[in-house]
Design a protein around this ligand. Structure first.
Ligand code: UDP
Length: 328
C-alpha cells in the first residue's frame, strides 16, 4: 500500500511540485490546503483536503482519515514585503498554523516532520556565505515567523520524539519541465515571474528594487534554486527520516549568487526578448545578499541540484508562462 504523506500547502507553488515528486517516488501526497493562495487545479497527484491550519479539527480529521507516515509543512504566508506592511498577519497565521499542526501531528502519533524554513531567517549578514550554523537574525516578519516555527519544531522534537528535517530555502524559481504545474501567485511579487510577465507584455515593466546596494552592480544578490531540485531534496529528507536518521537542518542553495541585473541579462539570453525595466526604491525588508555556503545537503542527503542554472530556471518558467493560467 502506498504511504501517505500529508502535504500542507500542496496546492501552492512549491507544495504542488513536491506532490509530483512524492508520487513519482511511490508516496501518496495528501494535500491539505485552504485554497486562499493555492489552486485546486494544481492538486494532480493525490487527494485534496480543503482545510485550514487555524482550525485544529480540520487537521485532526485529515490525519485520522489518511494516517500519514509523515507531515510536510509548506503552507505559509511567504512574502517579505507584505510581512513588513502587516506583521501581525504573518505572526498569527504562520505561527498559530504551525503550532496547531505540530500539536495535531504528535497527538496523532506521527513521528516524522519536514518543515519549509527560509534563508530570510538569517537577515543581513554582510555578504557572508550562510550555512546551518550561521546565527539567525531575521530583519522581516516573514523571516521572524519562520525562525519561531523552527524553534517550535526543535522543541516538539525534543519533547515528543518528533523526528524532523528543517530545510532553509534560498530563492526558489523555475517550474516543472513538463509544465504540469508551475508558479502562479495572485498578486505575483517574485522577480522571475514578474520579469517574464514584462517580457510577454502582460505588464508594462519590471521594477528593479534598489540600485544602490553594496554589491557588484548595485542590485540585490540571491541564490536561486530550481523548484524541482528543491522538492527532490524533500523526498531525500523524507527517506532520511523514514530510515530513522537523526533530525537535521539543511540549507537548500547552490552557493551561486546572482544579482537582479544578472537575472535580467540571463532572461534576455533565454527568451531572446528585451525586458522592459524601470528602476525603483529599495523594498523594505530586503537583505543585500543571501547566498548559501553549505554543502551539507549534497554531502549527507546525496542532493544533486543540477537543474539550478539560471538558464534552466528561466527556461522552465518561460515554458510554464505560455500555458493557460490556473483559475479559481
Ligand atoms: N525584486 C525586484 N523587483 C521585483 C521583485 C523582486 O527587483 O519586482 C528583487 C528583490 O528586491 C530581491 C530579488 O528580486 O532582491 C528576489 O525577490 P523575490 O521577491 O523574488 O524573492 P525574495 O528574495 O523576497 O524571497
Amino acid at each position: 500500500m502506498a504511504k501517505n504523506v500529508l502535504v500542507t500547502g500542496g496546492a501552492g507553488y512549491i507544495g504542488a511540485h513536491a506532490c509530483k515528486v512524492l508520487a513519482a517516488a511511490g508516496f501518496t501526497p495528501v494535500t491539505f490546503d485552504n485554497l486562499t493562495t493555492g489552486w485546486a487545479e494544481a492538486v494532480k497527484y493525490g487527494p485534496l483536503v480543503q482545510g485550514d491550519l487555524m482550525n485544529r479539527a480540520d487537521i485532526d480529521a485529515a490525519l485520522a482519515e489518511y494516517q500519514p507516515v509523515a507531515v510536510m509543512h509548506f503552507a505559509a504566508l511567504s512574502l517579505v514585503g507584505e510581512s513588513m506592511k502587516d506583521p501581525g498577519y504573518y505572526w498569527r497565521v504562520n505561527v498559530n498554523g504551525a503550532l496547531n499542526l505540530l500539536e495535531a501531528t504528535v497527538a496523532a502519533g506521527i513521528r516524522n516532520f519536514v518543515f519549509s524554513s527560509t534563508c530570510a531567517t538569517y537577515g543581513d549578514q554582510d555578504g557572508v556565505l550562510l550555512n546551518e550554523e550561521t546565527p539567525q537574525r531575521p530583519i522581516n516578519a516573514y523571516g521572524g515567523s519562520k525562525l519561531a516555527i523552527e524553534e517550535m519544531v526543535r522543541n516538539f522534537g525534543a519533547a515528543y520524539d518528533l523526528n524532523h528535517v528543517i530545510f532553509r530555502y534560498f530563492n526558489v524559481a523555475g517550474a516543472d519541465p513538463d509544465a504540469e504545474v508551475g508558479e502562479q501567485h495572485t498578486p505575483e511579487t517574485h522577480l522571475i515571474p514578474l520579469m517574464l510577465d514584462a517580457v510577454a507584455g502582460k505588464r508594462d515593466a519590471l521594477t528593479v528594487f534598489g540600485t544602490d546596494y553594496p554589491t557588484r552592480d548595485g542590485t540585490c544578490v540571491r541564490d536561486y534554486v530550481h523548484v524541482m531540485d528543491l522538492v527532490d531534496a524533500h523526498v531525500l529528507g523524507l527517506k532520511w527520516l523514514l530510515e530513522g536518521k537523526e533530525s537535521r537542518v539543511f540549507c537548500l542553495g547552490t552557493g551561486n549568487g546572482f544579482s537582479v541585473t544578472e537575472v535580467i541579462e540571463a532572461s534576455r539570453a533565454v527568451t531572446n526578448r528585451d525586458v522592459p525595466i524601470v528602476y525603483g526604491d529599495r523594498r523594505p525588508g530586503d537583505a543585500v545578499t543571501l547566498v548559501s555556503g553549505s554543502e551539507a545537503a549534497i554531502r549527507d542527503l546525496g542532493w544533486q541540484p543540477d537543474r539550478s542554472t539560471l538558464r534552466d530556471m528561466i527556461g522552465d518558467a518561460w515554458r510554464w508562462a505560455q500555458k493557460p493560467a490556473f483559475t479559481k
